[in-house]
Design a protein. Structure first.
Length: 277
């Protein structure tokens, strides 16, 4: 009997690539998105079926999970992928903008996970994979709210992994670097209008750095990330954190090196007797 994966945020990019990857491996795929009619996935072969799901709407989530279970009989893997980027100065973000970011990127993960958990707990098996971001490990300028949402997802995943391990459920979290999707297009919302006003210089520098990284070919493809997601879903390991992308590994390596040298200098200063240095 084929295994089943439920994936959120399947309208394009990482979600759509993950649908194709799992379907190609013979899995049943419950591809969820707000508007199934706009799905860019092949619903043929009886393996893929699209369901309407809005991660910010409890009733929508409950209905989609129920429909997926009725259609496929089980959910072996949940991939919480739905979310969007938010760029700009924190000061210019309205209360509505802040709430929407957290409802989607954080509460959405909570809501879908809570809807699927009882089923996995009863079966005493399952894998939950949350897609965060490198920005959930290393904060970037002008992504304060997005970083806050992804740091939350990473922390939630790490804690939940300990909580659910005794029940046979594995929790994993992905922190990819740049991915060649439309993240900087329709999936990226700005907190400001115009050039950013008093933050204009910082905005231009951040955008230039972002584009330079993508232009240098450092971004991984959505297909590469989808392959990694499939690997994590099937590796049977207790590994929780997955970092993907050459740029992500390079940034983390640089950060570790800086911390090592800073820590060494601090230790030396702490052990130097005043007046003898």
């Amino acid at each position: 009997m084929a295994s089943t994966v439920l994936i959120t945020g399947c309208s394009s990019g990482i979600g759509a690539a993950a649908v194709r990857q799992f379907a190609a491996q013979g899995w049943n795929v419950a591809a969820t998105l707000r508007k199934p009619a706009e799905a860019r996935v092949d619903q043929g072969a009886g393996r893929v079926e699209a369901f309407a799901l809005d991660v910010t709407d409890q009733a929508s989530v409950d209905a989609a999970v129920g429909q997926a279970l009725a259609r496929f009989g089980a959910i072996d893997v949940l991939i919480n992928n739905a979310g969007y980027g938010l760029f700009g100065p924190f000061e210019t973000a309205t209360r509505e903008v802040i709430d929407r970011q957290m409802r989607t990127n954080v509460d959405g993960v909570f809501t879908v996970t809570r809807a699927v958990l009882p089923h996995m707990r009863e079966r005493r098996q399952g894998v939950i994979i949350n897609v965060a971001s490198l920005t959930g490990l290393v904060a970037m300028p002008l992504y304060s709210l997005y970083a806050a949402s992804k740091f939350a997802v990473v922390g939630f995943s790490q804690s939940l992994s300990h909580e659910l391990a005794p029940l046979g459920i594995r929790v994993k979290v992905f922190t990819p670097g740049a991915v060649a999707t439309d993240f900087s297009g329709r999936s990226l919302v700005r907190t400001f209008e115009g050039d950013g006003g008093p933050y204009a210089d910082s905005v231009q520098k951040a955008l230039a750095a972002f584009q330079a990284n993508r232009g240098a070919g450092n971004a991984q493809s959505a297909e590469q990330l989808a392959e990694a997601l499939y690997g994590a879903a099937t590796d049977g390991s207790a590994q929780v954190l997955y970092v993907t992308g050459d740029d992500a590994h390079a940034i983390l390596k640089t950060r570790r090196t800086q911390r090592f040298h800073q820590g060494r200098e601090k230790s030396i200063r702490e052990f130097v007797v005043p007046g003898l240095a």
